[in-house]
Each structure stands twice: as C-alpha cells, then as structure tokens.
Ligand binder design. Structure first.
Ligand code: HEM
Length: 147
C-alpha cells in the first residue's frame, strides 16, 4: 500500500511540474505575441493572424495548464498538509498573482480584438518580467521552505 501511495504522490508532483512548465511557457509567449502583433498594421491580415495565434495559445496551452497546475497543486497540498506552512502561503499568494496576470492578459487580447492597443511595446516587454520574478519566488518557497 505504501508503494502505491508514494508512487501516486510522485506522479502527482511530476504532473504538477510538467504543467507548471507549459503554463510558464505560455505566460512568457503571450506578451511577446502582443508586441509583434502591435507592430502589424491595424486591421491587416498580419494583425488577424496574430489574433488567431493569441487565441490558440490561450485556449490550447494557457487555460488548460493553469487548471491542471491548480488541480494537481491543490491535491498535493491537501495530501501533504501544505496549508499549515508559511512557505505555502507565500507560494499561493504568488500563484494567485500569476493567475490574475493571466486573466489580465486574456483581457488585453480581447481589447486587441476590438482594435485597442493600450500599451507600448516597451511597456509590454517590461511586463514580461512578471512571470519570471513570480516563478523564482515560488520555486524558492517550495524547494527551500524557509518558514
Ligand atoms: C496553482 C497553485 C499551486 C499549488 C496549490 C501548488 C502546491 C504544491 C504542493 C503542495 C507541492 C508539493 C510539495 C511537497 O512535495 O510536499 C508542490 C510542489 C512543487 N510546486 Fe507547486 N503549487 C502550485 C503552483 C506552482 C507553480 C505556479 C509553480 C512554479 C512556478 C510550482 C512549482 C512547484 C515545484 C517546483 C514543486 C516541487 C518541489 C519539490 O519537490 O521540492 N507550483 N506544489
């Protein structure tokens, strides 16, 4: 029985980390798409192609991997008692921040569909640092567990 439980735990954690990688990849790619998209003429065929690429990235990668990371992460959290630990509270706060960031990105895509280009390429590049900083904080918390 112990073997079954420990293998289940390891498969849960492996699945969790695999979907974390997909999620982070999508979070880094989408603002890049927005930057190249905004270099295309408004209403052009090129602009329409970027809208299609953004929609596919959200639908096929970002939303499914976000859901998988949350589901596998919460199952892990309940089965390991992680909610009792300070490191997990900081991790969860950072992940909630990343989730809100993705909702904002989806809203920015919807604005581009309406022809609104709210931020400059430079601001979008700066924004692309957000998932990197959050991911570093999250991994430090879950691996080092400082408190
Ligand atoms: C969505 C909410 C998330 C929850 C509820 C969650 C929860 C957890 C839990 C409970 C563990 C297992 C800890 C253990 O083995 O005792 C874990 C492992 C891990 N999580 Fe998450 N996680 C989430 C999101 C993320 C994100 C966004 C990242 C990275 C950016 C991440 C990176 C990791 C890593 C690297 C491990 C393995 C740590 C190790 O084995 O030492 N998690 N997560």
């Amino acid at each position: 029985m112990n073997w079954v439980l420990s293998m289940t735990y390891l498969w849960l954690k492996a699945g969790h980390i695999i979907f974390v990688i997909f999620w982070m990849a999508g979070l880094f790619m989408l603002p890049r798409y927005f930057i190249y998209h905004q270099e295309a003429e408004l209403g052009s065929e090129e602009s329409a192609r970027w809208l299609d690429r953004e929609a596919k990235l959200l639908k096929i990668i970002l939303w499914p991997s976000l859901i998988a990371v949350w589901v596998l992460g919460l199952v892990l959290a309940y089965s390991t008692g992680a909610f009792a630990h300070g490191w997990f509270h900081v991790k969860l706060a950072a992940v909630l921040g990343l989730t809100a960031y993705q909702v904002w990105l989806a809203g920015y895509h919807a604005a581009l569909q309406r022809g609104e280009r709210r931020l400059t390429g430079r601001k979008l590049r700066m924004l692309n640092e957000v998932p990197g900083i959050a991911a570093a904080l999250i991994v430090i918390m879950v691996v080092l567990r400082p408190f």
